[in-house]
Every structure is written in structure tokens, then in C-alpha cells.
Design a protein around this ligand. Structure first.
Ligand code: G3I
Length: 320
């Protein structure tokens, strides 16, 4: 049995991966990605971000996002749609625009309504707001927070819900996989949206981990449950576990355990609905360019061969 089929047997809704348009010219990658018993879900790594979708004011460009949505549909894979409101990968007209509270709300609502309407029926979930928080739990001083204040989150979730009543609405972030100020602030986002009558269905824990400092299974379970106890589902949305290069047998063995712990934690939590890696092959991982000197973070190597880490996930899904 393979990743997605085991995830299903263990009560999850999916095992999946991010992918990007630039990878789709690689026939072996597409063939591996299209194996539904391995990957039952896909996330566009870049092509549904604001700079890709709306490069100019009210000028929409869905071709790249559509390409990944179509591939997923052809493969019967769920689509996690990513992401509507994020401080990165914004087009210049948004990032450097002269905004008032009113004009930025209007631009944000227009972006959300048009995008969510276009993908209505295709998306299993939307990462409505991505990475709104700093490590200390304060709100990130994005153009959205600086102009609109904390209310931008509620406005974004409400606009998404209005455009698609059926899609799951997620808050997605990194650094919320263990207790601490950032996690407390993410819990507060869920509480305050709910208290104000706004729908939020899930929290995505990105889980960009480092070999050897990945939180234990027990810590991850308790942390996931701190979210689900508020009445939202959770998903591991961008899992990868990087190491210092060159890889060593000791690091690979630790990475296998780390992958197992995360998969097993999700299986153990009733409302942890799915597990996605942020790219399945080291051939296309974002890690080495962002954290030079590190890599080998994915469960498949550069030749698309299964690594020990892959079997760690399998063991975690089986319940180990
Ligand atoms: O598209 C341009 C291309 O035209 C240009 O020639 C080239 C030159 O650098 O850049 C291309 O854009 C790159 C883009 O990926 C598409 O390949 C950007 O430079 C590069 O910064 C961008 O990186 C993406 C990163 O988000 C940006 O923040 C990664 O691929 C993507 O995997 C990563 O994904 C994020 C999630 O959305 C949120 N969580 C963290 C995760 C990892 O950073």
C-alpha cells in the first residue's frame, strides 16, 4: 500500500503534495505525481498566489492555477487551494500601492470574490489567510494589517465564505506546531473569528521541520488537539524535514523517525484530516535555495526513488 491509500485506511481524508507548473514538463515527475494511491491531494505551490492570479488591478490570470487544478481533477485528487491573502508574492500594485482602509478592503474583497468564484467546485479548501503572525505572536505588519488592522482576517474569511459556501476555510501558518506565543496567537485567531460569527473550518500547520528538532509525537498530538478543541479541523499542510548537507546515515535515520512521528500524530488526532508534503521529491524542493547548505528534506530523492523517510511516513500512517 502507498501513502494516500494508507492515509485513507487510517481514517485521514488524504495524503498529498504541493507541485508547481514548472515541474509539469518533467514526465517522470508527472507520472509519479499522478499515482492516486500515493497522492490523493495536490496544492499549487505558487500559481494561486495573488501575484500569479491578479498581476494588475482587476486583471486576472488563471491559466497556471487552472493547469494544476485540471491535473488534480484528471487524477481524482483533492485540491487544497493556496492562498488568498498573504504578505509575500504580492504584485507590486498591491505591495506598493497607496491605500486607504476602504480601498484596500475593496481590492482584497474583489481579489477574493473573483478568485474563489473561479475555483468554486474545484477546491476542497482555501488557505484564506496565510502567515498573519510573527514569532512573538503579534500580527505581522503586512500591508493588510498596517492598513486595515486585525479586521482584515474577518473580512477575508467572510468574503471567501460568501463566494463559496461549501469550501473549507483555513488559516495556515508555520511555527505553530508546538505550544508558544505564536501558537497561542493562532488559537486566538480561531477564537475571535468564531466569536464574531465568522466561519473558520480549519487550521493548517505547515510543519517545515529540521531533522532532530522536529517536535515529538506527543507534543504534536497535544498541540493539534489544542486547535481541534476549539471546533476546527487541522491538517499538516506543507511538511518537509530538512537536514545539513551532505546527508548522513544518522540524519536519514533521524529524519525517518521525525516523519513517522508527524504522520502518526495526525493519525492519532480525530480531526486531523490530512497530511501534505511541500513537494515530494528533492529534485524540486524549495529548501536548498532558501536555506543554503541544507536539503534532502523530501520523502523521494532527486531520481524520484523512495527514501527511508518515505517508509517513516508509511510506518506513521499504519499507526506506529
Ligand atoms: O516566477 C519567477 C520567475 O519568473 C523568475 O524568473 C524567477 C527568478 O527568481 O523567480 C520566479 O519566482 C519564484 C517563485 O517561487 C516561482 O518559482 C520566486 O523567485 C521564489 O521566491 C518563489 O518561491 C516560492 C516561495 O513560496 C515564495 O515565498 C516557493 O516556490 C514556494 O514553494 C514557497 O511556498 C511557501 C508557501 O507558499 C507558504 N509557506 C512557506 C512555503 C515555503 O517558503
Amino acid at each position: 500500500a502507498q501513502l494516500h491509500s494508507l492515509a485513507i485506511s487510517s481514517g485521514l481524508q488524504y495524503f498529498g503534495t504541493a507541485t508547481d507548473n514548472s515541474e509539469l514538463v518533467d514526465a517522470s515527475l508527472v507520472s509519479a505525481l499522478s499515482n492516486h494511491s500515493e497522492f490523493g491531494q495536490v496544492t499549487p505551490g505558487n500559481s494561486q498566489k495573488w501575484d500569479s492570479i491578479e498581476p494588475g488591478p482587476n486583471t486576472f490570470s488563471f491559466a497556471k492555477g487552472d493547469e494544476i487544478a485540471a491535473l488534480g481533477k484528471q487524477n481524482s485528487q483533492l485540491l487544497r487551494c493556496h492562498t488568498l491573502v498573504w504578505f509575500q508574492q504580492l504584485p507590486t500594485w498591491v505591495q506598493n500601492g497607496t491605500w486607504t482602509n476602504e480601498t484596500l478592503i475593496a481590492a482584497m474583497e474583489n481579489h477574493i470574490t473573483t478568485t474563489v468564484t473561479h475555483y468554486k467546485g474545484s477546491c476542497h479548501s482555501w488557505d484564506v489567510v496565510n502567515e498573519a503572525l510573527e514569532a512573538d505572536g503579534s500580527f505581522r505588519k503586512s500591508i493588510f494589517f498596517s492598513t486595515i488592522g486585525e479586521a482584515y482576517l474577518k473580512i477575508a474569511f467572510d468574503a471567501t465564505a460568501a463566494a463559496d459556501p461549501d469550501v473549507k476555510l483555513y488559516y495556515n501558518d508555520f511555527g505553530i506546531e508546538t505550544p508558544g506565543p505564536k501558537t497561542s496567537a493562532a488559537l486566538n485567531i480561531v477564537r475571535s473569528l468564531k466569536a464574531s460569527g465568522t466561519r473558520i473550518d480549519g487550521v493548517g500547520l505547515q510543519s517545515h521541520f529540521i531533522v532532530g528538532s522536529t517536535p515529538s509525537r506527543e507534543v504534536q498530538i497535544a498541540n493539534l488537539e489544542s486547535f481541534t478543541s476549539l471546533g476546527v479541523e487541522v491538517a499538516i499542510t506543507e511538511l518537509d524535514i530538512r537536514m545539513t548537507l551532505p546527508s548522513t546515515a544518522a540524519q536519514e535515520s533521524q529524519q525517518t523517525t521525525d516523519y513517522q512521528n508527524t504522520a502518526s500524530a495526525c493519525v492519532a488526532v480525530a480531526n486531523c484530516v490530512g497530511l501534505s508534503v511541500w513537494g515530494f521529491s528533492d529534485k524540486y524542493s524549495w529548501v536548498p535555495s532558501t536555506f543554503p547548505g541544507t536539503g534532502s528534506a523530501c520523502p523521494f530523492d532527486e531520481n524520484l526513488a523512495r527514501k527511508s523517510a518515505y517508509y517513516g511516513i508509511i510506518a506513521g500512517l499504519v499507526g506506529g
